[in-house]
Ligand binder design. Sequence first.
Ligand SMILES: [Zn+2]
Length: 333
Amino acid sequence: MVPVASVRAAAAPKPGSLTALRKQAQEAYKAIADATKTLDAQQKQFNQTNKQLAAKLKELDKANKRLEQIRQPLSGLIESVYQDPSASGMGPLFAKGDGTTTLRAMSDVDHLAVGRNTVLDDAARLLKDKQKLAAEAQDLRSANLLEEAQMSHQVDTLRAKSSDVVKTLTQSLTKLGVDVDQGNRGTQACDPTRVSAAAQFPNGLLPKTSLCPLPQKGRELRADAAIAFADMNLAYSKNFGKQMCVADSYRSLASQQAIYYQRPGFAATPGRSNHGLGLAVDLCGGVQNSGSVQFNWMEANSKRYGFIHPAWAYSNPFEPWHWEYDPKLGASL
Ligand SMILES: [Zn+2]
């Protein structure tokens, strides 16, 4: 064992702990996204039900108005017939003195009265329906408000938890000399929770926010790979007394093209290299020599941190320096 003079052992986190923190942060992020989705779906459902209730109430109002229009003149007509048949226009029917006609006229008036009562009954039923619907709408609003308050409280708790985890992770990375806010990132620092978002970008075109710096200045990888690398670098440092040597890491499409045209056959076809996905590193400091103690250490330990030496790199082309983070392996750890 080589002494660990160059590593700040007291403050440094344990190898593997950064990845654990990153996973916690990612889970918290996913929980927030899920809760927000549920909240949105609930809001949509509420709006739809509310709209349906409002439409029903409007229909009831219309029906009520129609009844009102019939009821007033009908009542007026019946009253006037009873009081003064001649004034209602039905006078001639009563005035003829013909018993049959009078009876028929009386029966017509009775019909009108029955009709008026039906209208009154209908109006009462409509009013009841309207009150029921209004109460239903009120209940829905109250239930929704309560649920919304509970959900947003839940989202707030998740947010606080997520921000705590990210803060702890950032502090741990800073302790390792990883300047998370380096350059002009500002508030757009690398986001360890957005790994799935990073996977959607094309090779060599990853946005700054989905790349995280390595302890080695100027080098960066996709957030999950960078944090796993920091963990591996910590273990390596404890063993060798110095940080890993990184010759190359993330490569933008432009730099992949430049390397390809300078040394065709040496680099992968532009847009095809795992360097462009922010998952590959080219190592130096001994690892570049197959069979060296550093190379052997990598072979024995890298998988514990999600890093592999791909099969092709053993022979075709022979690239002992090329190591890759395997997200599936990393996620399974
Ligand atoms: Zn490489």
